[in-house]
Design a protein around this ligand. Structure first.
Ligand code: AMP
Length: 173
């Protein structure tokens, strides 16, 4: 099969959700069956040999790729959600936004000490979101084998915030 250039399937939307942000739209990749498969397979290859027990996905675009990756790896999936969405007892971490703070939550009983996990989101920008998710997952004693993204905005140096954990991204800008 012809190798796809996955960047051809990412649509740039200037000034969304606000002026000055060049939004990387992944819906155009999701819509294409070959591009979707290639992106998920690429993530799966990166983590296939790590004996992963769970894929942890970050709301909401991390759910799309995270669940597909879990299916591909043959693991379970655990959601990390925005405040107030998970129904059972949760643990939370706060993180800084450009203006103010937000928090991410995980079910308190979702992970056990030593569980091997990979954390997935669609895009790594400044790294604030994934750093909060790492803190949340590490707090449960789980072993983070790596973090995976479909897109990495390398010029924002988000990787530097991730304490040397293995980082894999399908595409870099
Ligand atoms: P950050 O915490 O700065 O690494 O931002 C990562 C989160 O914000 C991810 O969940 C992305 O979905 C979203 N995000 C940040 N910048 C962009 C962008 N330029 N295009 C699309 N999504 C973005």
């Amino acid at each position: 099969m012809k190798k796809l250039n996955l960047k051809d399937y990412i649509r740039d939307i200037p000034d969304f959700p606000k002026k000055g942000i060049l939004f990387k739209d992944i819906t155009t990749l999701l819509k294409d069956k070959a591009a979707l498969k290639a992106a998920v397979d690429s993530l799966a290859r990166a983590f296939a040999k790590k004996d992963i027990k769970y894929v942890v996905g970050i709301e909401s675009r991390g759910f799309i790729f995270g669940t597909a990756l879990a299916y591909r790896l043959g693991t379970g999936f655990i959601p990390v959600r925005k405040k107030g969405k998970l129904p059972a007892k949760t643990r939370a971490v706060m993180y800084a936004l450009e203006y103010g703070t937000d928090s991410l939550e995980i079910h308190a009983d979702a992970l056990k000490k030593g569980d091997k996990v990979v954390i997935v989101d669609d895009l790594l920008a400044t790294g604030g979101t994934i750093a909060a998710a790492i803190k949340l997952v590490a707090g449960s004693g789980a072993k983070i084998e790596g973090v995976g993204f479909v897109i990495e905005l390398s010029f924002l140096n988000g990787r530097k915030k991730l304490g040397g954990l293995p980082v894999f991204s399908v595409m870099q800008y």
